[in-house]
Design a binder for this molecule. Structure first.
Ligand SMILES: [Zn+2]
Length: 338
């Protein structure tokens, strides 16, 4: 029996909770953000753009929406039926796929994520999420991470005593991971490139993936065939109702080409329910409290009043999480029994 490393707490991967860490990461982030800004100058090649016809959450017509704002020439709207926030346009499948393989932005993204400090935080976050899963389902053994990226979830799976598998579209990232995990990493897309030799999984993880899917319900439905009978799905997305996103507004980097919908705890659960999943647990993490403190205290009060129905001061990460205002939202879902 191997001994697991000590449990991970929410502060262990919260940059704002660790003195000096933001400064250490600042230079790496600065370069990343400038490359991201340059790669997101707007959609001005009409052949690469597809107008959506229906809400990706509930299928209601796109005219039945409320405009929130436009960014990069893309209107961001809220569905009047299901409240999901989504973009009225997406890229064509080939233009969308080109974003995730072998371009300058992906190189910068890989460099950021490979930075030892950042990698340590990502692995700690993945371990925290796996701990939540293991608290609900002690028998979990096999994990498939869709969008394995630099391998934080696969590394965390190993540390938690689980067998990690991954699928990743970017060739350079997949090659590196393939050397670390022979036979357990595929370069390609889920589900079409999945190995026939792989088992059904106890757990499938989607970290920062669902917001990228043009048709998220179809994608979620395709996952069921790879889950074992007691299988669970772990989803992590940016939190549209996080305090920082709501104070930043449209300038927040989550509103970017490639993020085609934006979730709250309610709209995430509703979308998963449409695909046949029920929530076992919903939570939030990553406080970004230092960035929140750059705003006037009065703005925190007006924003919390708008989000929570009551003005609140936020002094600690724990308070922020209690109000559901963390930067990332996660949910653990089981198959709805039919
Ligand atoms: Zn809708």
């Amino acid at each position: 029996m191997t001994r697991l490393p000590p449990a991970v707490g929410l502060d262990d991967f919260d940059v704002a909770a660790q003195a000096g860490l933001r400064e250490e990461l600042a230079a790496v982030y600065r370069e990343f953000r400038s490359i991201q800004a340059n790669s997101q100058s707007g959609l001005d090649e009409p052949g690469q753009i597809v107008a959506r016809q229906v809400c990706p959450g509930c299928g209601a017509a796109t005219r039945d929406t409320t405009l929130l704002f436009s960014k990069n020439n893309i209107p961001h709207v809220r569905c009047n039926h299901c409240d999901l926030v989504y973009t009225l346009a997406t890229l064509t499948p080939s233009a969308d796929a080109a974003q995730y393989d072998g371009n300058e932005f992906m190189r910068a993204y890989v460099e950021l994520k490979r930075h030892p400090l950042y990698a340590k935080l990502e692995i700690a976050k993945a371990r925290y999420l796996l701990q939540r899963v293991q608290a609900q389902r002690a028998g979990v053994r096999t994990v498939l991470d869709i969008g394995a990226s630099t391998g934080a979830m696969m590394a965390a799976a190993g540390l938690q005593g689980l067998d990690g598998y991954g699928i990743e579209p970017d060739r350079a990232m997949a090659e590196l991971l393939g050397r670390l995990y022979p036979q357990r990493l595929i370069n390609g897309y889920f589900p079409q490139d999945l190995s026939q030799d792989w088992p059904l999984f106890d757990l499938i993880t989607l970290l920062d993936v669902l917001e990228h899917m043009v048709e998220p319900v179809c994608f979620l439905e395709s996952i069921k065939a790879s889950l074992g009978p007691e299988g669970v799905l772990l989803v992590q997305v940016p939190n549209f109702n996080s305090l920082l996103v709501q104070m930043d507004g449209p300038k927040n980097s989550n509103f970017c080409i490639g993020h085609w919908q934006h979730f709250t705890a309610a709209t995430l659960s509703a979308l998963l329910a449409r695909a046949g999943f029920c929530a076992l647990e919903i939570g939030n993490c990553i406080s970004e409290l230092d960035r929140i403190r750059d705003y006037p205290a009065t703005q925190v009060l007006t924003t919390t009043a708008r989000l929570l129905g009551e003005a609140k001061t936020v002094e600690t990460p724990a308070q922020l999480y209690e109000y559901g205002l963390g930067y990332k939202l996660y949910g653990l879902f089981a198959l709805t029994s039919s």
